[in-house]
Structure formats: C-alpha cells, structure tokens
Design a protein. Structure first.
Length: 404
C-alpha cells in the first residue's frame, strides 16, 4: 500500500497530497522510492472521504509503477528537481529569499542539459560534461560565464544530488569526487589610507542621505543589504551604536525582500564614530521634513517611527530602498571625484583592511564585520600593500630582537 501525506495551508485547508511508494531495493539492499504530488480542487467532501479517495488512487498508481504502466514523477532529473527537491528542500526548507533566488536562477541551465536524463542513470561523467558545457555558455551581455558563476552551478548540482542520496532516490551522488571549477586568484580591492581620507573629504559635499550611507559602509563595514535594512530603532543616539539585524536583497521576481543578515555572526551592535552619528542625526531631521511635506501635499499622515527604514523608498518610509541603487551611486561618486573605482563591498573591505593594518586584533575585526570565521577575515591580507608588509616585518624583527 502506498503511503500518503496530506498537506494543508496555514488555515487548515487541504492543498495537496504526497504519494510515496517503494519500488524495491537496489543491489546494496537500499530501498528505492517513488513519489508523486497531487493537488486538490475545493469541494464539499470531508477530509476522511478525500483521504480515502486519494489512498485508492495512490494504490492504483503504485501498482502501475510496479507493472510499468505508470511513470514516476522523480524518474527524470527534471521531474525530481521540480518535484520533491523543490517542494521539500526549496519551498519547505525555510530558506532565505536570497537562497530561493539562487536555486531559481540555477535551475534552467541545469534542466536544459540534464533534465530528460533518468535520475538514477546520471553518472559522474555526465556532470563533468555539464561543467565543461558551461564554459561555452554566454551571459546576457555576450560574455562567457564567470568562474564564480560556474562554481554556483557546481554547488547547485552538489546540493541536488546530495538531497537525492539522502532521501534514498539514488545510491551515490555523481558529484562525489568532482572538483569545483578553479577560481582565479583576485586580490581584495580596498582604498589606501590616503584614498580613504580623500573619499571622506569628498563626501562632505554629498547629499546627506548618501553621505550617511557611504560613511556607514566605510566606518562600520556594513554590507550593502545591511545598510538598506537599518531602521531608526536600530540607531541609538544615546549610546552611539548601530544595530544590524536585517538584510535587504533584490531577488528578481519577488522584488526587494527584507530578511535576516547573512550569517548568525552578522547580528551585531557596533559602536559608531561621532562623525557617523552626527550625519545620521542630520539625515533623520531631513527625512522627517521630507515626508512631512509629502503628507501635507497628499493629505495623508506619514510619521517616522522606530520601524521606519533609515534609507527608505522615496515615497514610503516603511519600505527599504533598492540595494542596487547604492552600487550605482558609489560608482558615480568615485567617478565624479576622480577616486579609485570601488564598489560598496570594496568600502567594506576598506574598513576591514585598514583595521587590520592599524593593528586591530583579528578576532575583533571578525566580530566587527560579522564574518562567520577568522578565515574569511584573513582574506583581507591578500590586499595588503608592500609598505604594510615592510612594517610588519620590521615590527616582528623588533619584537624578536628585544628578546635576545
């Protein structure tokens, strides 16, 4: 008899049913399973009658699988990815919006190449050929896929096949033993102390909104999405601190989504310099005036409360601004002032790198930037210049000499 699992929405209304049937065992004795998900059309039947009808249908489906008259939803790679993998791992996995967007973006090319292949028949060489095929594919701008993008596809396949192995659909993941696409070494870009000072000097003539945004990224090292996620309740003008507890990302179809920060360590409260707090105080007054004038014009009431976003959408203080706008603005600002071409993340790198160069403890920098581990923080050393290395060597020599 097939197993059935009825699924309901948050209101208790039956939406679908998952059928599961055992097709026997493989050569190692491990059970092989097939699943199928069916949806329901609302009617007047009781749950007991719906369950009974589905059980009869599921048993007929199971028998059809065993005698070959029915095909399994998960028999092909496409059926498995769009079926159980998507329903259980993606939709039911309590994932962040950015993670769901990742799976959504990776799926089409993988299905294009592997979609019609039988899930249990996909071999390591099939996956290796797919990775080779990726090198020939183009982005929308006509350029080849970057090594980083190719690695994203590698990770997608690894996750899909690991899930299939874990749930008993396949005996062994074909991704085992395949090395990820080689990533070219790239030094971390960041501003030198002199360029950082020139950057801050140029900021004095920038509009308050953008002065505050760029100061926060440079002084506090916040990620672009973390800046967009700040609300006024996160700013403590008495203690001069900024609390990070939200992240905003753009996911395409879902638009701008407010979620949690990247990692558990990304939840943090940072002491802010007086210059940053002074700019934020000025910006808050300007923002309140701006929305008060809008309210007077439209005859509505707009009040800035602690849940209003510090850097909000132009017409709604309770909606965050697009993260991509920050990238464009930083690039434009650097070009206008003849500064090195940096991105918002490069300003974060500048914060971490200058801290490390000035002798701040590595663990403290890790916690300040919200990195998951010290290895991530150590990547900043890739961008340390020759002068910093010379100073480090001299400092070590002096330390060793003092002990002789």
């Amino acid at each position: 008899m097939a197993n059935i699992t009825i699924r309901k929405d948050k209101h208790g209304v039956i939406k679908s049913c998952r059928w599961r049937a055992c097709l026997g065992r493989d050569r190692t004795g491990k059970q092989l399973w097939a699943t199928k998900t069916v949806t329901t059309i609302p009617d007047e039947r009781t749950e007991a009658k719906i369950r009974k009808a589905w059980q009869l249908e599921a048993d007929t489906w199971e028998q059809g699988l065993l005698n070959g008259t029915e095909s399994c939803d998960n028999s092909t790679f496409k059926g498995f990815v769009e079926g159980d993998f998507w329903e259980i791992h993606v939709k039911g996995g309590n994932l962040k919006p950015s993670s769901v967007a990742f799976y959504t973006n990776m799926k089409p090319r993988c299905l294009e190449y592997l979609g019609n292949k039988k899930l249990t028949a996909i071999k390591q060489t099939d996956c290796e050929r797919f990775l080779i095929w990726l090198r020939e594919q183009k982005q929308k701008n006509g350029k080849p896929l970057s090594a980083a993008t190719q690695k994203h596809y590698f990770n997608f396949l690894r996750i899909v096949f690991s899930f299939a192995e874990e749930k008993g659909y396949i005996v062994k993941s074909p991704m085992r033993g395949i090395k990820p696409p080689k990533q070219p070494h790239k030094d971390v870009d960041y501003l030198s102390p002199a360029d950082a000072q020139a950057f801050l000097t140029a900021l004095q003539s920038a509009p308050l909104r953008w002065r505050a945004i760029m100061q926060i990224m440079l002084y506090l090292g916040l990620r672009r999405g973390e800046v967009c996620g700040l609300q006024w309740g996160d700013i403590d003008f008495n203690e001069n601190t900024v609390r990070v507890q939200r992240n905003v990302c753009y996911t395409g179809a879902a638009g701008v989504v407010v979620g949690e920060p990247k990692t558990a360590n990304s939840f943090r409260t940072l002491p802010a310099p007086a210059a940053v707090m002074a700019t934020l105080k000025e910006w808050k007054a300007e923002q309140e005036t701006y929305f008060r004038e809008i309210a007077n014009t439209s005859k509505t009431t707009l009040v800035i409360t602690p849940t209003a976003f510090v850097f909000s959408a132009d017409l709604d203080p309770y909606s965050p601004q697009f993260p991509t706008h920050i990238t464009k603005k930083v690039k434009q600002f650097c070009k206008q002032h003849d500064l090195p071409d940096v991105s918002p993340h490069d300003l974060r790198h500048t914060c971490g790198s200058l801290m490390l160069e000035s002798g701040v403890n590595l663990k403290a920098v890790q916690q300040f930037l919200g990195h998951e581990d010290a290895e991530t923080t150590l990547k900043f050393y890739a961008g340390v210049d020759a002068e910093s290395l010379r100073k480090a060597t001299a400092s070590l020599a002096n330390t060793l000499a003092s002990g002789v």
